[in-house]
Ligand binder design. Sequence first.
Ligand code: GLN
Length: 390
Amino acid sequence: MKALSDRTAGFTDSVIRRMTRISNRYGAVNLSQGFPDFEPPAAILERLSEVSHEDFHQYSITWGAQNFREALAAKQAHYMGHPIDPDGEIVVTCGSTEAMMAAMMTVANPGDKVIVFSPFYENYGADTILAGAEPIYVPLQPPAFSFDPEVLEDAFRQGPKALILCNPSNPCGKVFTREELETIAYLAKKYDTYVITDEVYEHIVYAPYQHTYFASLPDMWERTISCSSLSKTYSITGWRLGYTIAPPKITERIKKVHDFLTVGAAAPLQEAVIPGLKFDQQYYDDLLEKYTHKKELFLKGLDDLQLAHTNPQGAYYVLLDISEFGYESDQEFCEVLAREVGVGAVPGSSFFREPVNHLIRMHFAKKDETLKEALKRLEQIRSKIPGKRI
Ligand code: GLN
């Protein structure tokens, strides 16, 4: 038999999804793949049960149901501070995963370069490979995970077609300051580069930090593809509802890519989530209060256990420093952690371009009782993983 495609030959499993399977195998509290174990808002669930008896069982318009796009345009225009045409500037996708892929396929030719900050969400690597593009990694340096503008400009000098911006950032929890975004905007304009954003944590930004939509910066609307999803905002990661927002000329092309990739997102689910898109500010305030509480609960628990960790400005991930355990492989450490301690985490090496093996990622999008159970199990971490301690 002939060899399968070269392009995909180097693919490994998604480490995040693999860690979920490993957690399930060992009955670990799964703090690896970032998804909530609490219910979505009642208004959305009520509408979900109604729509099963209504006429939403066939394809919606390929780039998204009209009702959904209108509700989304109104909501995002409010938060992004820019008018959005629901017909010409939105494509509804199967999660932001498809949104990012469709954006990349729309922008990049094989051989084009794309700037990716490191650490980065693992899908971006696969997206660039599938698009035939080549990533240029620019490090975000801890503890603030800031970038060196000179290093960034060096990357721009290589003539990239696009830059990927995950803000708030998964996994490091960085929220880019307005000044940093303005530096990126200046360079994007100077070197005529598209910016593809991943803003799925746009409503999970802890005080005093604030989210700035990249597309809202002066002159950036025309060169930005804003990707996001409803997964995190409404606790519906399994519904796979994402979208791109971009000016008409770019959207026209994304529509075609999306149509051939997936035809469309699930029609009944687009209809069912509309009450959520119409929630007022109180909902987003409550969501943030809930995550602020969870962050405090979990981080205090880690402090009590004297486990060093990052303090995220946004999103719901924390990187823990496991240097003291002396493992050369953070993958092996995570497997031992799931098996012996009963807590699932993601090895940090899957997010970093640099050779990092002393960090693991956990998330706190879980019920308080789940987080407390994980913390209780982590009390045993030093007695159950003593082997290679240095
Ligand atoms: N964004 C989540 C994470 O980073 C889940 C990703 C996924 O599995 N689609 O864990």
